[in-house]
Write a protein that binds this ligand. Structure first.
Ligand code: MOS
Length: 735
């Protein structure tokens, strides 16, 4: 097959859907105009543990416009089949209105359906619920861990960490606490559900249309083929739309009960109750090293919160095993079941939390030994993956640090803590490593090239702000030799060729490889048609010698000999050509595949008030081939902003007396705003990784947030001499 010229890939294209978004034409879940739609409002429990003893719905039902109030007393029993397609959090998922048990504060206890949103909201206020409340346990630090390892966690060890710690020159022991964070995407969760007979259509905010399809089918006990999920635009999610939560089932249940399409949008407050969060952690790290900074041992003891009904898990072990060349490692991961809702993966899940701990500890070690923090990391660079003995597909962390140190001016710093002052402000710089898995999933696509020379490519993937519309357009444009404006990429419909969830940074690599395969096949079809067509100027040419550029097929190196797709299809009386393609990850890939980052931060800390202000941030990334530089930069900026939030601001506060989340709103749950964001810069190393996948990309969506928080914490230490091992870093900790 001939190699296509690269024109669109790598070009700094703006979002192809940008105009739709900024002109309000992009339809998010709640924006769809569905004939006859009525509105549902969920009522949430005001206790965290206990039973519902009474629900008086009479006043609500008497309100004008109210169609129905559904509670566990009148809700039909749903099938809630096992769902083999979606994630296995061991346990039993929350079943809406199936019994009187309350398992966390904010659990849905009723839904009111009315002809207007206002009527539904008002009536929901009139529902009177009484409870038999028990004292809840919601504090990770005061509750026992479950015996045995967390689900899917292997008590891991290599070498003999205890022995190595005992005989080490340098030994350190550190305890970290990470607070709970909520995803807080701009768009709140929303679903519109419509039944047509026994067929269900959901317009849903989701990172996984096929996951939502299967979950709805399982809940109602209907075939997945009877459920269609549409999600063309998603206003951010960060992981909380990877799972189909109870409100989706509630919307569909309500629609079935009232015989009308139902729209259900969570309020911002409700976004803190049932759509997951990054769990709080307690994490003890011990390390041992030689005086020259060669790590000899690390032990990791982690505890994190989960609900009592499901055992959440996330990838919090990988970094401790593969990031540095440590001969002796042990890990123990435990869950602490509480009277809370189930967590959900949040940007850089597991990795981000572990990176904060490991990368803060590396900085502490560097100071203890008097070695530059970058140099310390370079001394512990492994030649191969120390957990699997596999070669790295690519690992350019050294280069990330080299480029970053130069760009950031790292070596201009005075390494002594609290040595740089500007008036009342203490200035500090810090560095940390970021690293995230190259996760790959099977994906499919379809492409149809029409006689007018335009193509529509589709796959049941997603664009949660990540830029999938744009990057897939770029890949398709180059594979077909078409200008970008002739390519339309469609996504977000479960009837399209299946694709994985948009999570774990797998979309560009996986769906991109499927789009590449699909469009390669389509191009080859056109080329075959031409070279076999006696009337074509390309007749008789070896197909391998034909390339397509600007919608025109021609002999490689002889642009004069050729014709356009339009000419070819018209002459052959073809309305269109079409192809299906796919990508399947290699089963026994013999490489260890990760993306890497060097993160640099500069902060100013008010010496009197303990306030931390970001001054500069730089990320240098080894993420393989960059399809869409402008969107990759945008991702990196978002990742750094998210990391600043985790480092300095974000903290879900629970009142442990009743399990209530105190700051369930965006005024009290702090996220960075524009005024908090300094000069932020992202640099992607040039390069490809064709060992990882056919299009040479690694992962970047999660990577860009991992290592941000420890870089900031390390900068705070450099500025103040104060080591903070808790997230977020607050003024109180620095006074
Ligand atoms: Mo990401 S937490 O897998 O959306």
């Amino acid at each position: 097959m001939s190699q296509q010229p690269q024109a669109a890939v790598g070009a700094p294209l703006s979002r192809v859907d940008g105009r739709l978004k900024v002109t309000g034409q992009a339809k998010y879940a709640a924006d769809h105009d569905i004939d006859g739609v009525v509105h549902a409002v969920i009522l949430n429990s005001t206790i965290a543990r206990g039973r519902i003893t009474g629900i008086d719905t009479r006043a609500a039902e008497a309100e004008r416009g109210v169609l129905k109030v559904i509670t566990h007393r009148n809700a039909p029993k749903l099938a809630y089949r096992d769902n083999p397609v979606t994630f296995p959090f061991p346990g039993r998922r929350l079943r809406a209105f199936q019994d009187d048990a309350v398992q966390f504060f904010g659990q849905p206890v009723a839904v009111v359906v009315a002809t207007t949103l206002e009527a539904a909201q008002h009536a929901a206020d009139l529902v009177d619920v009484s409870y038999d409340a028990e004292e809840p346990a919601t504090d990770l630090t005061r509750s026992p861990a479950e015996d045995g390892p967390a689900p899917f966690a292997q008590p891991y060890s290599r070498g003999d960490a205890q022995e190595a710690l005992g005989s080490a020159d340098v030994r350190m022991e550190m305890a970290f606490r990470l607070s709970r964070n909520h995803h807080n995407p701009m768009e709140t969760h929303a679903t519109i559900a419509r039944w047509d007979g026994d067929k269900l259509t959901l317009w849903d905010k989701t990172q996984w249309v096929i996951g939502a399809q299967n979950e709805a089918a399982a809940a109602f006990g209907i075939p997945p083929a009877n459920v269609r999920v549409l999600s063309p635009f998603v206003g951010g999610a960060f992981g909380n739309a990877l799972r189909t939560w109870p409100h989706v089932v509630i919307a569909a249940l309500a629609a079935r009960e009232v015989g009308r399409p139902v729209k259900l949008a969570l309020t911002r407050r409700q976004m803190y109750f049932t759509v997951g969060y990054r769990p709080a952690y307690e994490y003890k790290l011990r390390l041992a090293s030689t005086r020259r900074g060669r790590l000899t041992a690390m032990t990791h003891e982690m505890k994190y919160e989960t609900s009592r009904y499901e055992k959440f898990w996330e990838a919090n072990q990988a970094l401790g095993q593969m990031l540095y060349a440590v001969p002796n490692v042990s890990q123990n991961v435990q869950i602490v079941p509480l009277d809370v809702s189930t967590p959900m993966w949040m940007r850089g899940p597991g990795y981000g939390s572990a990176a904060f701990v490991i990368e803060t500890a590396m900085d502490e070690l560097a100071y203890r030994l008097g070695i530059d923090p970058i140099e310390l990391r370079l001394r512990n660079e492994p030649g191969e993956d120390p957990s699997t003995q596999q070669p790295f597909s690519t690992r350019r962390l050294r280069e990330c640090f080299r480029v970053g140190a130069r760009e950031f001016g790292w070596h201009r710093r005075n390494p002594k803590p609290r040595s740089t002052r500007e008036g009342d402000w203490l200035i500090g710089t810090g560095v940390a490593t970021g690293c995230y898995d190259v996760f790959l999933g099977g994906a499919n696509a379809h492409a149809r090239l029409d006689a007018d020379g335009t193509v529509v490519v589709q796959s049941a993937t997603h664009d949660v702000g990540t830029g999938t519309y744009t990057s897939m357009t770029q890949i398709a444009a180059d594979a077909l030799g078409l200008p970008v404006r002739n390519v339309e990429f469609r996504l977000g419909d479960s009837t399209m060729p299946p694709a994985p969830p948009q999570g774990a940074s797998q979309t560009t690599a996986s769906v991109g490889s499927a789009v590449q395969d699909t469009c390669d096949k389509l191009r080859q079809q056109a080329i075959t048609l031409a070279v076999e067509d006696e009337r074509s100027p390309l007749h008789g040419v070896d197909a391998d010698d034909v390339v397509v550029r600007g919608g025109r097929l021609h002999v490689k190196g002889n642009a004069a000999r050729g014709e356009t797709y339009r000419q070819l299809l018209a002459r052959n009386n073809r309305t269109h050509l079409e192809a299906r393609g796919s990508y399947t990850p290699e089963e026994n890939n013999r490489f260890s595949m990760y993306g890497y980052a060097a993160m640099f931060a500069e902060v100013a800390v008010d010496a009197r008030l303990g306030l931390v202000r970001m001054r500069r941030m730089l990320g240098v990334y080894d993420a393989g081939r960059i399809i869409s530089p402008k969107l990759a930069e945008s991702q990196a900026i978002g990742g750094m902003v998210g990391g600043m939030g985790a480092a300095l601001l974000e903290h879900t506060v629970t009142d442990h007396r009743d399990g209530r989340i105190v700051n369930a709103n965006l005024a009290d749950y702090l996220v960075p705003v524009h005024a908090d964001i300094p000069d932020v810069k992202a640099v992607y190393l040039d390069g490809e990784d064709y060992r990882a996948d056919p299009i040479g990309v690694k992962s970047l969506g999660e990577l860009v947030q991992i290592g941000v928080a420890p870089a900031i914490a390390n900068a705070v230490f450099h500025a103040t001499g104060r080591r903070v091992r808790d997230l977020p870093i607050t003024a109180v900790a620095l006074l």
